[in-house]
Each structure stands twice: as structure tokens, then as C-alpha cells.
Ligand binder design. Structure first.
Ligand SMILES: Nc1nc2c(ncn2[C@@H]2O[C@H](COP(=O)(O)OP(=O)(O)OP(=O)(O)O)[C@@H](O)[C@H]2O)c(=O)[nH]1
Ligand SMILES: [Mg+2]
Length: 430
């Protein structure tokens, strides 16, 4: 089964911890700080690979981790950076943050990529914290945790031309007649279970792509049949070829039901340049029904072509009509609308710090920035704890806690850390 929507879990690499070490030399009794920085954690990127057409690779494998950065060590040796992880996705993959539903990127162009989970920064070694008045700092930063999130990948195939129609109308037969694609063709509905792509070589050198999607049925826009998931693939096509089985009992009804489903999915689909393709003209029923069908399309103002996809009759005329509807070669070379976007998020710097009470009476500090700082504190080093205390004052958390009525011995939480409040100094709860 074709997969056009998957959820994957991404965990970027943690930054390595900075080292807190001091120089040791034969004749120097107390050397200066020489702790190296931790390496940055590996980042996870999603990148467009034009060779892929489905998200199938993510079916069984949906947890991905990038490697952590190495720890800093003495003699100012920095930790090694973690390896980045690059996950290839097909063109037309929209990337959403699963928790917020926010669109992170719409990856359409070859080589386009997005950072889906940032690696944590490495912690700074204690060399960075030496000052003229404090020459032997024990404080070193811990590495920043790597970003962790669920993302939803949603594929909208990118093709210039979309084939739509009821099951068994002859869409796959037409794809095979127009391109080198060899889709499965059979005399039963829902032969096509996954979209097939082919390239049409036009005499003028243009090479539009054609997508043959599973047949649509009445109610497809509400989920009936297989077509539901595939309707979105035709949103981005430039031209629709609407294939009708001319030998069916009622080609006019067949035409109408698909138009209704397109409208129900997205009314803009009806405005897309469309060619009505009346197929199976080799059968007597079709030949009889063609004049009425043609007249009806003339009234709608939609061009129509009659063909027999199975033996190639009328294909030349159909190609000429398609060529008319397609944009210029330059436009075809650009990604179809909407153009891909990569959303870059910028975190606000001056987010206010707030304090709330938890059900057990503990106080909780809310501030992304302080939460991240807390993650980088080694609470077993007094000096680091004191630094964090100063950060709390600097960002106003201290004042907020007092306003909320914090008292000696109260529990204060921030991110995943739990501390015990004392007027000063702070101590981690045991
Ligand atoms: N007589 C005749 N039969 C045709 C013609 N075109 C297609 N067929 C037959 O119609 C049947 C369905 O063709 P497909 O191309 O599989 O139809 P489809 O629209 O892709 O069907 P689904 O994949 O099920 O949606 C097959 O048995 C074809 O051989 C034609 O021009 N004339
Ligand atoms: Mg088919």
C-alpha cells in the first residue's frame, strides 16, 4: 500500500559536556583551568531526493537518532561533533511538527532541505569562565540536549499532469500510451493502488510529468474508496486529464460524479485547466455516446478529445491538446504552486518568565531560556549552582518566585529539574 503520510520520531544528538579540569605540570603546583568544550550534537536534516516517489521507507523505520557530541577533556581538547543524519524524502513532502501542527517546511525542489531537529550545542569548558578575579573556575557547562520531536510527513506528489477518473476508465492504459511507464492494467476496478509517474516527451522538447492515481469514486472526497488519500496529489498538478470510459452505461454521469468529488475536495480543482478524455472509442457504445458527450463539454467550455488508449487511436490529437494547456518550458522547470517554503522559526528573546503552582504545591518556573540553561548546569558543582542562581535573578525568575510566595524548603521545578528553595544558596533536592 502506498504511504503518503507518516509520523517519525526524531532525536538530535546531545551536545557533549564541557570539561572542568586544571593544568598539571611538574613545576606548577596549581595550574589554570584547561577544560575543553563539548562537541555539538548531530543534527537531523530532511532532504529532497528526486529518486523517491513514496514515503515507504519510513513504514517500518520511524525512530531516528543523530549521534551526541563528545565530551571536552583536559588540555583544552574539544569533544568531537556528533554526526548529522540526513533523511531523504520524495519531492512534494510537507513537514509538520506533530504536536503543534505547524508547517515546518514544504520540500519540493531537488536538494532542498530543512533542519528537522537541531543538535544540542556543546558545553563550554571551564577555561571560558576564568576572569581576573576568579582564576580557577570549577564551573563548566553541560552539553545542551538535542531537540526531540515527532514530525508528520505528508506527501503530495508533484506532477505537471494528473490523470483522474473512475476506476477502470483507462487511466493507466493512457499513461502507458503517452509515456514509457508500464503500469499494471487490468479489467477490474482499483487495479492501480499506488500513483504511477511517467514523463511525456513533447515534440517541442518539453517534458511534463504525468501522475496516474488510483480511481476515484462517489464519496472519495469524504474517504470512500482509495481515492481519498490521492486527491491531494492532484492539488499541485497544472493540468488535469479527466478520463471517462466512453463505453460505460452513462458517460455523462461518470463525468459529473468525478467533477463533484473534485469540487468537494477543493473547488479550485474545477478551475484547473482540464481536458476531457473520452476513452474506448473502439467500442461501439462509446462511438455512439461521443457526439452527446462532446456537445456537453462544448457547453461547459472544456476541451474534449476522443481516443482509444488501448490501440493508440487519437493519441496524437490528445498530445497536441495537452501541449496547448501546458505552460512554457521555463515555467515547467520551476516547482509547481505553491512554491516550497522552509519555515525558519525565530525564538523571541524577551519572553517573560512566569511562575505557577503545581497540584502538589511546588512552584514551577516557565521560561524556555531558563529551562535550557538549567539543562546545562551540573548541579553537583556548587559554583555552577551559584551561577544558575544568578541567571534566575538576571531573568527575573527570583522576583517572580518571591511574588508567588516561595519560602525556605519549598520545591521549585524548572523543566525536568527539581530544586529546593533556600534564601541562598540553591541546592538540588535529594
Ligand atoms: N476496448 C478498450 N479497452 C480499454 C481501452 N483503454 C483501456 N481499456 C481497458 O480497460 C480496462 C481498465 O484499464 P486501466 O488502464 O487499468 O484503467 P484504470 O483507469 O487505470 O483503472 P484503475 O487503476 O482501476 O482505476 C483494462 O482492461 C483495459 O485494457 C480502450 O481504449 N479500449
Ligand atoms: Mg489504473
Amino acid at each position: 500500500m502506498f504511504l503518503d503520510q507518516v509520523k517519525v520520531w526524531l532525536r538530535a544528538g546531545d551536545g557533549g559536556d564541557g570539561a572542568s579540569t586544571f593544568r598539571r605540570e611538574a613545576h606548577v603546583p596549581r595550574g589554570g583551568p584547561d577544560g575543553g568544550d563539548g562537541g555539538r550534537g548531530g543534527t537531523i536534516h530532511l532532504r529532497v531526493d528526486p529518486g523517491q516517489t513514496t514515503l515507504r521507507d519510513f513504514r517500518y523505520h520511524h525512530h531516528f537518532r543523530a549521534t551526541p557530541g563528545g565530551r571536552g577533556t583536559g588540555a583544552k581538547r574539544h569533544g568531537k561533533a556528533g554526526d548529522d543524519l540526513i533523511l531523504d524524502v520524495p519531492p512534494g513532502t510537507a513537514v509538520y511538527d506533530d504536536a503543534s501542527g505547524e508547517l515546518l517546511a514544504d520540500l519540493v525542489a531537488t536538494g532542498q532541505s530543512v533542519v528537522a531537529a537541531h543538535g544540542g550545542r556543546g558545553g563550554l569548558g571551564n577555561t571560558h569562565f576564568a576572569t581576573s578575579t576568579h582564576q580557577a573556575p570549577k564551573h563548566a557547562q553541560k552539553g545542551e540536549p538535542g531537540e526531540e520531536r515527532w514530525v508528520r510527513l505528508e506527501l503530495r506528489l508533484i506532477a505537471d499532469i494528473g490523470l483522474v477518473g473512475l476506476p477502470n476508465a483507462g487511466k493507466s492504459t493512457l499513461l502507458a500510451a503517452l509515456t514509457a511507464a508500464r503500469p499494471k492494467i487490468a479489467d477490474y476496478p482499483f487495479t492501480t493502488l499506488e500513483p504511477n509517474l511517467g514523463v511525456l516527451e513533447l515534440p517541442d522538447g518539453r517534458r511534463p510529468t504525468i501522475a496516474d492515481v488510483p480511481g476515484l469514486i462517489e464519496g472519495a472526497s469524504e474517504g470512500a474508496g482509495l481515492g481519498h488519500a490521492f486527491l491531494r496529489h492532484i492539488e499541485r498538478t497544472r493540468v488535469l486529464l479527466h478520463v471517462v470510459d466512453g463505453a460505460s452505461r452513462d458517460p455523462a454521469w461518470d463525468w459529473g460524479v468525478i467533477r463533484d468529488e473534485l469540487a468537494a475536495h477543493d473547488p479550485a480543482l474545477l478551475a484547473k485547466p482540464t481536458l476531457a478524455v473520452f476513452n474506448k472509442l473502439d467500442l461501439a457504445m462509446a462511438a455512439e455516446a461521443w457526439p452527446a458527450f462532446r456537445a456537453a463539454r462544448q457547453r461547459d467550455g472544456i476541451p474534449a478529445a476522443a481516443i482509444a488508449a488501448a490501440n493508440g487511436d487519437g493519441i496524437e490529437g490528445l498530445i497536441a491538446a495537452v501541449a496547448e494547456l501546458l505552460p512554457s518550458a521555463e515555467e515547467l522547470a520551476a516547482p509547481p504552486e505553491p512554491a516550497g517554503v522552509v519555515v525558519h522559526r525565530i525564538e523571541p528573546l524577551d519572553e517573560p518568565v512566569t511562575v505557577t503552582r503545581e497540584p502538589d504545591g511546588a512552584f514551577r518556573i516557565h521560561s524556555r531560556r531558563l529551562e535550557r540553561l538549567a539543562d546545562r548546569i551540573d548541579f553537583s558543582i556548587d559554583e555552577s549552582v551559584q551561577r544558575f542562581q544568578r541567571d534566575l535573578e538576571r531573568f527575573g525568575a527570583d522576583a517572580e518566585l518571591r511574588r508567588a510566595g516561595v519560602d525556605d524548603g519549598d520545591t521549585v521545578r524548572i523543566g525536568g529539574h527539581e530544586l529546593e528553595w533556600a534564601a541562598a544558596p540553591w541546592e538540588p533536592a535529594r
